[in-house]
Ligand binder design. Structure first.
Ligand code: TA6
Length: 293
């Protein structure tokens, strides 16, 4: 995503400015190692471009920056649940307004920290007290950490995902390895299946891989690079591409948008809202993804 031409609202340091795209404020990082953008709406990474490379992150050219809808593309923060096990789908974090709480920088890169706190609105959807932080480290690699803390006086349970949309040259020429063999197939009524570890997509896919390798790799023959994804705090990794029919059904994705994206997600998958990770009062949990080329 082109961040350079966006109007500047505030200059926070040599490396960090606040810019605006329609109704959405974006923390723009420009550092000699990389540039990046993190939207306050959703706490949503919209771009990460190491110097001299194309963006590693795919954003839909039809993404709606109205400050209400979740952005199509980037790294949506799905929390406090993943998927359609409750309403809204993928939780409220990706469509809530986050606050910038800190930014710091050195020769190696920039760290931006956002926070999401409970509000009347979140309480109506999910009646728990929480402190959610998104720590985005921009340097030779991109590290995104969702840190959630239970500040309630009773336990609560969550699932979630860092739902990364990777930018690829041509989906039919991108080879993914490291997903592991066992998966839950969302297209086959959540049947548990076994498959090969090396995948080149030729059709829609929506799978929760339950035993992914420590590193997942996407070899992109067109952009001539290999993306490496390392997840932490997850119990699975999701692989998703809507293909042409799915893209046609989405108002915020161009019909051919599916050709240049692939979602590889760091996921805490749970079959229902009662399942997932349970945090006692004062306990914290971190879900992270590290992406590099
Ligand atoms: O992570 C895969 C998935 O859950 C798919 O089932 C697919 O619907 C996708 O996320 C996008 O969901 P969204 O609510 O953003 O349209």
């Amino acid at each position: 995503m082109d961040l350079v031409s966006l109007p500047t609202l505030a200059v926070l340091s040599d490396n960090v400015t606040i810019v605006e795209k329609d109704q959405v404020k974006i923390v723009r990082v420009i550092h000699e190692k990389a540039t990046a953008g993190i939207a306050l709406h959703g706490g949503h990474v919209v771009s990460y471009q190491p110097t001299g490379q194309q963006d590693l992150i795919w954003m839909s050219e039809k993404a709606i920056f109205d400050g209400k809808a979740a952005l199509r593309g980037g790294i949506p923060v799905c929390w406090p649940w993943f998927g359609r096990i409750a309403v809204p789908a993928h939780g409220f974090a990706r469509s809530s307004e986050w606050e910038l709480v800190e930014h710091r920088e050195n020769d190696q890169g920039v760290i931006v920290e956002l926070a999401l706190f409970p509000s009347e609105e979140t309480h109506q959807i999910w009646p728990h007290m929480f402190d959610a932080r998104l720590i985005v480290e921009v340097g030779d690699k991109l590290k995104v950490t969702l840190k959630v803390t239970n500040i309630d006086d009773e336990a609560w349970t969550f699932s979630g995902a860092l739902h990364t949309y990777l930018n690829v040259g041509d989906i039919t020429q991108a080879q993914t390895t490291g997903m592991g063999s066992e998966y839950i197939d969302s297209l086959l009524e959540d049947q548990v299946c076994q498959g090969g570890d090396t995948l080149v997509l030729t059709d829609t896919i929506d799978r929760v891989y339950t035993q992914p390798a420590a590193q997942i790799k996407v070899e992109d023959k067109v952009l001539d690079r290999t993306l490496t994804i390392e997840n932490h705090g997850h119990n699975s990794a999701v692989l998703w591409n809507p293909w042409s029919q799915g893209a046609q059904g989405m108002t915020d994705m161009a019909d051919n948008g599916y050709q240049t994206m692939l979602c590889v997600e760091s996921t805490v998958h749970a079959p229902s809202i009662q399942h997932g990770v349970t945090l006692q009062p004062d306990q914290s949990y971190e879900l992270a993804t590290v992406i590099s080329a």
